[in-house]
Design a protein around this ligand. Sequence first.
Ligand SMILES: [Zn+2]
Length: 54
Amino acid sequence: MSGLYDRTDASTAEGYKCAKCGAAFTMEEPNCPVCGFACTPDTCQIIAVSKEGF
Ligand SMILES: [Zn+2]
């Protein structure tokens, strides 16, 4: 019966901080929405970003 909320799912997800302009965005979109820089784990810092509810 339980299991839906098995994980302590916080409202955060992993994201990137753009190495070029500093904008933060989720990993779902690897290209910076601000400057178009293509982030990878090597080039951009990985940060926790707040995830919008759906
Ligand atoms: Zn950028």
